[in-house]
Design a protein around this ligand. Structure first.
Ligand SMILES: [Zn+2]
Length: 192
C-alpha cells in the first residue's frame, strides 16, 4: 500500500517564522529564538519542551523545528529532526552544506539525544549549538538514549563544531516549566 509521508506542522510555527528573520548575530540570539519556540510549543500544547533552528552564515533563519512527536504520533519528530527535514526541503538538497561550500548552524534548545546526534553528520550542518545539557533533559525524565561519552569529540572529528551551555539556564527553565505543568514524557517501550 502506497503511503506518502505527511508531517503536520503546528500553524503557530508558520506564523512565528513567516516574517523574515534575519541577522541573528550571536549564538545567544539564535538560542533565545529557539527557546521561545520551545516555550510556545508547551503553551500551545503541540509537543515537548524542545526547539531547534537552522541558520545560514549570515544569521538568517532557514528553518525551525519543535518537538511534534505526540502531535504526529511519530517517535522520531524531535525538534532537530523537524528543523533538518524542513531546511532540506526548503533548500532542495539532502546535504545542507551543498558539498561543503556553505556553512549552516543547527541550534537546539537541548543537547541532541542519541538519534539526533546520529542525524547531525548526515545533515551537512557545520556547527551545533546547544542550550540545556542532556543531563537536564534526563532530570525531568526524558530518555536521551545510548549516546557516546565523547559525542562532542566525534562531531568535531567530522569538522562539526560543537558549542554547549549557550543560555543553559533559560533552556533548563523551559524543561522545568514543562515538567511542572504535567507535560507528557513520551518515551516508548516503558522506558522512563
Ligand atoms: Zn532527539
Amino acid at each position: 500500500v502506497k503511503q506518502d509521508i505527511i508531517i503536520k506542522i503546528p500553524d503557530w510555527l508558520y506564523t512565528e517564522t513567516s516574517e523574515t528573520y534575519s541577522s541573528f548575530s550571536s549564538f545567544e540570539n539564535k538560542m533565545s529564538f529557539v527557546c521561545s519556540l520551545a516555550r510556545k510549543n508547551i503553551h500551545k500544547g503541540t509537543g515537548g519542551p524542545f526547539g531547534a533552528g537552522i541558520f545560514d552564515s549570515n544569521g538568517n533563519l532557514v528553518s525551525a523545528g519543535v518537538n511534534i512527536v505526540e502531535y504526529n504520533n511519530c517517535s522520531i519528530f524531535h525538534a532537530e529532526i523537524v528543523a533538518i527535514i524542513s531546511a532540506q526541503m526548503k533548500l532542495g538538497r539532502y546535504d545542507i552544506s551543498n558539498g561543503g561550500k556553505e556553512n549552516f548552524d543547527l541550534v537546539s534548545s537541548t543537547e541532541p539525544c542519541a538519534m539526533c546526534f546520529g542525524a547531525v553528520p548526515w545533515s551537512g550542518v557545520k556547527r551545533l549549538v546547544c542550550g540545556a545539557r542532556d543531563a537536564d533533559a534526563r532530570a525531568i525524565g526524558f530518555d536521551e538514549g545510548p549516546k557516546l561519552e565523547n559525542w562532542k569529540e566525534e562531531l568535531e572529528k567530522r569538522n562539526i563544531n560543537v558549542h554547549v551551555d549557550i543560555l543553559r539556564s533559560e533552556a533548563v527553565d523551559i524543561l522545568n516549566l514543562y515538567a511542572n505543568s504535567g507535560g507528557a514524557v513520551y518515551n516508548a517501550g516503558g522506558n522512563a
